[in-house]
Design a protein around this ligand. Structure first.
Ligand code: NDP
Ligand code: GDR
Length: 356
């Protein structure tokens, strides 16, 4: 078989790390793009790293940024990837309201830069392109569940930037015959999910309360409902999307809906704590029945100017065309995240003891 060479932008993120590991297990040579930062930012992929001085190592990293065309062109030229997975993005919806222009630059124009790099180098027929599109494109509910034909109505600068990314990918497929596909992925989580996304914020907060490092978890809208899957299942789906006979756009989702409130209750239940709710709206609090303390409080700072109330996907097309379906359940996911965060919280607590 010809050598399979993948280029992953956003390799230091949650999905990038799982995807790199998965592609390496399939025998790919994997090149990842990381950003220059003043401190180490490769914790999620350090276990994959081998010293390139050893020669012929299958995992290599390069500095780069989605806002720098010259860099992207040079990387594609040097690496000549057979598959590009464009996962790099300012991916936090709430932060996109704070940094809308940067979000548009990285998440919208960044996609164009990478597609243009392929075209400028005349690699349209050599390189398959995956764009990390999102259920945030659906935003304001038009149809339940959401599928490939559901109209888009994004509700944040992030969603709007990703809408451009979606359509420019479709356009380059139609205009230049490129194998360019969108994965429209619903929320997917894991023990290495960024700490400020709500699932990880909850499991990390619960773990820190359990070991006595914190007392209260501050959250925004408890009524938001999402379709939460496991990142490991979703990166396998990304790979399947690029192995299809034809380029196309696919929803990946579990079809199961849970609210933030349910997620909180379940995460506390994992450490045998029951939350009893009192009050309403921003005054609502969650009392830990075991300790009698306030374990959950609402902080309006976490409300978004425009919220996405409910997202639940129908992944029938991916099941039928690609044979993809999620393997891990929501309960398994929360259990795995709590176990990992408990281990981390215990390490932090022990460290605090030693430094007292
Ligand atoms: P993360 O936030 O965990 O990772 C994002 C990655 O992009 C990081 O490696 C980050 O680098 C990198 N990055 C950010 N800005 C730039 C830039 N300007 N140039 C180069 N790299 C950059 O996201 P996920 O892994 O969760 O998501 C991967 C992709 O999938 C994103 O595009 C996201 O929008 C999309 N998506 C995610 C879903 C989810 O539920 N997880 C659902 C649907 C879509 P650094 O580590 O230095 O910050
Ligand atoms: P989302 O994920 O916006 O769906 O984007 P996030 O976990 O940030 O929010 C989910 C829902 O929870 C509500 N919420 C809170 N959210 C955060 N972050 N912090 C809180 O304290 C809090 N309290 C309540 C939010 O309002 C929201 O309704 C994720 C990202 O990974 C995107 O990149 C991706 O495209 C989509 O999922 C699909």
């Amino acid at each position: 078989m010809a050598e399979r060479i993948a280029l992953i932008t956003g390799v230091t993120g949650q999905d990038g790390a799982y995807l790199a590991e998965y592609l390496l297990s399939l025998g790919y040579v994997v090149h990842g793009v990381k950003r220059r930062s003043s401190s180490f930012n490769t914790a999620r992929v350090d276990h994959l790293y081998q010293d390139p001085h050893l020669g012929n190592v299958p995992f290599l990293m390069h500095y780069g940024d989605m806002t720098d065309s010259t860099n992207l062109i040079r990387l594609v030229q040097q690496i000549r990837p057979t598959e590009i997975y464009n996962l790099a993005a300012q991916s936090h919806v709430a932060v996109s309201f704070e940094s809308p222009e940067y979000t548009a630059n990285a998440d919208a124009v960044g996609v164009l830069r990478l597609l243009e790099a392929i075209r400028i180098l005349g690699m349209e027929k050599d390189t398959r392109f995956y764009q990390a599109s999102t259920s945030e494109l659906y935003g304001l509910v038009q149809e339940i569940p959401q599928k490939e034909t559901t109209p888009f109505y994004p509700r944040s600068p992030y969603g709007v930037a990703k809408l451009y990314g979606y359509w420019i990918t479709v356009n380059y497929r139609e205009a230049y015959g490129m194998f360019a596909s969108n994965g429209i992925l619903f929320n997917h989580e894991s023990p290495v999910r960024g700490e400020t996304f709500v699932t990880r914020k909850i499991t990390r907060g619960v773990a820190r309360i359990e070991v006595g490092l914190e007392e209260t978890l501050y959250l925004g809208n408890l009524e938001a409902k999402r379709d939460w899957g496991h990142a490991q299942d979703y990166v396998e789906g990304m790979h399947m999307i690029l192995q299809a006979d034809e380029p196309d756009d696919f929803v990946l989702a579990t079809g199961e809906l849970h609210s933030v409130r349910e997620m909180v209750e379940l995460a506390f239940a994992e450490v045998s704590r029951e939350i009893v709710w009192h009050g309403k709206g921003v005054e609502e609090i969650g009392i830990d029945a075991r300790s009698g303390k306030i374990a959950v409080k609402i902080d309006p700072a976490y409300f978004r100017p425009t919220e996405v109330d409910l997202l639940v996907g129908d992944a029938s097309k991916a099941r039928q065309v690609l044979g993809w379906k999620p393997k891990r359940s929501f309960i398994q996911l929360v259990g795995e995240m709590i176990a990992s965060d408990l281990a981390e919280a215990k390490r932090d607590a022990a460290h605090e003891q030693r430094t007292l």
